[in-house]
Ligand binder design. Structure first.
Ligand code: IPE
Ligand code: IPE
Ligand code: MG
Length: 249
């Protein structure tokens, strides 16, 4: 029985978020520069997207560039932006053919103009698609997102569009870049690091975490299935006790 066949297709996470980490270390091991690792990492993105399609995952959020990543050497940052523009422009036809909708979260205005334009055009071309929704976190920071939400809500209260007693979780979520997207049930981080690195702080309040030592360029479809299987072996209690969960299932 293949790993995919072992997955209970009716209980796959609707939304999986991935912190794709380890490209630099992978490249170093091969005696190559860091950009080589990022290039090969694109193949893992293709793999994981196909895996998500096969395993009935509806939303796939990939952490591609954090606001902190601007602090890397200029050569690497430029290389990453180029890679992004070229990958999206090369892949958008295929993504469209596969009914994938592609969008971004993060501060697009802070990206180089060609990068922003490419992402907006890819979104425009694929927004009607009903297959997997691929969300790229680009120039993303969870703290930035949360601060923005607070500012927008404050402004709405100040201008009388909202009263302070109307401020609740729902209106807060409407100010997040993930508006309309369900919270991820599963978050994967590769490369053996056990931290969140400013990713989706609000949205992961009840997410299951899966950490693997595998470096991102080595992460393939099969590894995604293993993560899903691990997720399916867990009991999500949401503060309740086991007996209540069994009764409800
Ligand atoms: C993840 O790999 C890709 C990005 C952050 C853009 P890294 O580049 O962080 O690789 P390591 O962690 O240095 O090995
Ligand atoms: C997190 O990885 C950001 C992305 C995967 C895009 P980093 O490699 O930048 O995270 P830290 O700096 O090790 O926490
Ligand atoms: Mg890293």
């Amino acid at each position: 029985m293949s790993t995919l066949e072992k997955i209970d297709i009716n209980n796959t996470p609707k939304h999986i978020a991935i912190i794709m980490d380890g490209n630099g270390r992978w490249a170093k091991k091969q005696g190559q520069d860091r950009l080589f690792g990022h290039n090969i990492g694109v193949e893992s993105v293709r793999e994981v997207l196909k895996g998500a399609q096969e395993a009935n995952v509806k939303y796939l959020t990939l952490y591609a560039f954090s606001t902190e990543n601007w602090n890397r050497p200029k050569e690497e940052v430029d290389g990453l932006m180029n890679l992004l523009v070229h990958t999206i422009s090369n892949e958008v036809d295929e993504l469209n053919k596969n009914n994938v909708c592609i969008s971004t979260i993060g501060d697009l205005d802070g990206l180089p103009g060609d990068c922003k334009a490419e992402m907006l055009s890819a979104y425009d071309r694929t927004k009607q698609n009903t297959g997997v929704h691929l969300i790229l976190a680009l120039n993303y920071s969870a703290k930035w997102e949360l601060m923005n939400a607070v500012k927008n809500i404050t402004q709405k209260v100040e201008t009388g569009q909202l009263t302070s007693s109307e401020v609740n979780e729902e209106c807060f979520e409407n100010e997040l870049t993930t508006k309309g997207i369900p919270d991820p049930e599963l978050l994967i981080r590769t490369s053996g690091e056990h931290r969140i690195s400013n990713f989706l702080l609000w949205q992961i309040a009840y997410t299951e975490f899966y950490f693997t030592e595998i470096l991102w360029p080595d992460f393939k479809r099969e590894n995604l299935y293993e993560a899903i299987l691990d997720y399916q072996s867990r009991e999500r209690r949401f503060g309740m006790v086991s007996e209540q969960i069994e009764k409800n299932s």
